[in-house]
Design a protein around this ligand. Structure first.
Ligand SMILES: Nc1ncnc2c1ncn2[C@@H]1O[C@H](COP(=O)(O)OP(=O)(O)OP(=O)(O)O)[C@@H](O)[C@H]1O
Ligand SMILES: [Mg+2]
Length: 168
C-alpha cells in the first residue's frame, strides 16, 4: 500500500479541535483513524471535537464525549452513521478486540482508536494514522499524518488551511 506522511504544528488545543472539526464531514462508514501518542498528547481532545462536530453536522443532539479510558469503547449514533471511540490502553490481549465488537465496527462505523498498537494484526487496512507528540511550548503539539492517497486528498486542503494560518 502506498502511504505518505507529513508533519504539522498544532499550536493550541483550539487548532487541534479545528482540524478535527474540518475532518468530521469527510468521514464515512468504514473509515478508521488511529490516534497515536503518549498520555496527554491530545488524542481524546481531537476525538471529542470530531465526534461533537459530526453530531452537530448530522443534526443529532449534543453529547458529552468522555474519555473511554475505563469503558474501552464509547459509541455514538448521529442518525446517519455510528461513531466508535475506543481507548485500548487497558486492553490486555488482541482477542478482546473481537469481544468489544471492534472488528465489525471497522467495516460499518467511523472508528477513532487511541492506543491502536494494542490491535496487533487487527489494525484495519487503509486507516489514517495521526501521531501526536509534545511541541516546544506547553500547548504545542506536533502531528504526523500518515495515510493512503485517498486520505491525502481528503486531508490536504484541511492541513493547508491550518498551516497557512499557523505557519511553524
Ligand atoms: N495543541 C494541543 N492539542 C491538543 N491538546 C492540547 C494541546 N495543547 C494542550 N492540550 C491539552 O492536552 C490535554 C490532552 O489530553 P487528552 O485527554 O486529549 O490526552 P490523550 O492523548 O487522550 O491521553 P491518554 O493517553 O491518557 O488518553 C488536554 O487537556 C488539552 O487541552
Ligand atoms: Mg485519551
Amino acid at each position: 500500500m502506498i502511504v505518505s506522511s507529513r508533519r504539522i504544528s498544532l499550536p493550541s488545543p483550539d487548532v487541534t479541535a479545528r482540524l478535527a472539526t474540518a475532518l468530521a464531514p469527510k468521514l464515512g462508514p468504514g473509515d478508521a483513524i488511529l490516534l497515536e501518542g503518549p498520555i496527554g498528547s491530545g488524542k481524546t481532545h481531537f476525538a471529542r471535537a470530531l465526534i461533537q462536530a459530526r453530531l452537530s453536522l448530522d443534526h443529532a443532539p449534543h453529547e458529552d464525549v468522555p474519555s473511554p479510558t475505563f469503558t474501552l469503547v464509547q459509541t455514538y449514533d448521529t442518525g446517519k452513521v455510528e461513531i466508535w471511540h475506543a481507548d485500548l490502553y487497558r486492553l490486555t490481549h488482541p482477542d478482546e478486540v473481537e469481544e468489544l465488537g471492534l472488528s465489525q465496527a471497522f467495516e460499518q462505523a467511523i472508528c477513532l482508536v487511541e492506543w491502536p498498537d494494542r490491535l496487533g494484526n487487527l489494525v484495519p487496512d487503509n486507516a489514517l494514522t495521526l501521531a501526536f507528540s509534545q511541541g516546544d511550548k506547553s500547548d504545542e503539539r506536533w502531528l504526523t499524518v500518515t495515510g493512503s492517497p485517498d486520505w491525502r486528498e481528503k486531508l490536504d486542503p484541511v492541513l493547508a488551511e491550518i498551516v497557512h494560518e499557523h505557519p511553524s
